[in-house]
Design a protein around this ligand. Structure first.
Ligand code: DOR
Ligand code: ZN
Length: 346
């Protein structure tokens, strides 16, 4: 008999669903994998800056689900995009509209962050309102404008200062990619957690860039960039460790093929089509398959103070080849063979 097992339906506490036509094209891949996602607010032409923006975005997602015929239970939790102009009232209103987190992008640090924050400590009243409302702060932890290999580590003093100046604020250090950040988060109070992607547990800089520093695989280029082998190992070790402060957030970030392979290269790895299957392979290889469900379906919900999902997924040990394109986007591991396949159970 083919080996298979079931786990509680997964969450993904950091993802990019996009908007417009791309939302419709990629949404089926998210709904296939996750019962609930936390959707990032860095949309174009306008970010999710207010409660009203969030309501409009929630409606667009609902509509895309209907148009794509996606009937599985699926919740998209929304985030607010912090700018220098965000006010405590914006936070209060967003919280009342059901927005669970606000995202801090340092100005210009990554895709669609041109309206990001210049000085996070100038937003003290906003952060205090978040503490009051119980809204989580999601942090893109990189210093903009410096060597990308050093940008995450250089951000750690800011993370430490945030944790100590706002002791009641729950903070998620997103898509952690260095051994230094893993150690830093582990040393901070329990109000600080980190999300871990699939790709940062799998790849290193050598797969993204050749020795001359040119991009050699555009589809693996993302922010923060993949680092060295010791970093990958530290991230992966924390992923499978069973520590409840490290949970799953894929940072699945689709860009149409032309945006990756054209003159420039947009940052982002589209991992949603293969996320859970890749995690199964990782946890199996590390012989801790019994810890998978906590990482995907429990620790994140616990940190965010949410109920766990009620449905289940089934994972079956069967080979399949990842398509070259999913919804016009080249997915992570395209053309490769994966040994597990998941499906949501009704
Ligand atoms: O690689 C990335 N892509 N990192 C980010 O922080 C943003 C994301 C995107 O929106 O494409
Ligand atoms: Zn992201």
């Amino acid at each position: 008999m083919t080996p298979s097992f079931t786990i509680r339906a997964p969450d993904c506490f950091h993802t990019h669903l996009r908007n417009g036509a791309l939302l419709g094209a990629v949404l089926p891949y998210y709904v296939r994998q996750f019962a609930r996602v936390l959707a990032m607010p860095n949309l174009k032409p306008r970010e999710v800056r207010t409660a009203e923006d969030a309501e409009r975005y929630a409606e667009a997602i609902r509509q895309a689900r209907v148009e794509q015929g996606l009937s599985e239970p699926f919740t998209a939790l929304l985030t607010l995009f912090l700018t220098d102009a965000t006010t405590p009232l914006d936070i209060e209103e967003a919280h009342r509209a059901g927005v669970v987190a606000a995202k801090y992008y340092p100005l210009g640090v990554t895709t669609n962050s041109d309206a990001g924050v210049r000085d996070i400590f100038a937003l003290g009243p906003v952060l205090r309102q978040m503490e009051e409302s119980g809204m989580v702060l999601c942090v893109h932890g990189e210093v903009p404008g410096i060597n990308a290999a050093l940008a995450e580590e250089a951000f750690l003093p800011t993370l430490q200062r945030l944790a100590f100046e706002f002791p009641r604020l729950r903070i998620v250090f997103e898509h952690i990619s260095t051994a230094a950040a893993v150690a830093c988060v582990a040393s901070l109070p329990k109000t600080v957690a980190a999300s871990i992607t699939v790709h940062h547990a799998c790849i290193t800089r050598a797969q993204v860039f050749n020795v001359f520093g040119d991009i050699c695989d555009a589809h693996l280029y993302c922010k923060p960039i993949a680092k060295e082998e010791a970093d990958r190992r530290a991230v992966r070790q924390m992923m499978t460790s069973g520590d409840p402060r490290f949970f799953f957030g894929s940072d699945s970030a689709p860009h149409p093929r032309a945006m990756k392979e054209g003159a420039g290269c947009a940052a982002g790895v589209f991992s949603a089509p293969v996320a859970i299957e890749t995690l199964v392979e990782i946890f199996e290889e590390d012989q801790v398959l019994e810890r998978l469900e906590d990482f995907t379906s429990r620790f994140g919900a616990q940190f965010y103070g949410l109920e766990r999902n009620t449905g289940c997924i089934e994972c079956t040990c069967t080979d399949w080849v990842v398509p070259e394109e999913c919804g016009g986007v080249v997915p992570f591991r395209h053309g490769g063979t994966i040994h597990w396949q998941m499906r949501r159970l009704p």
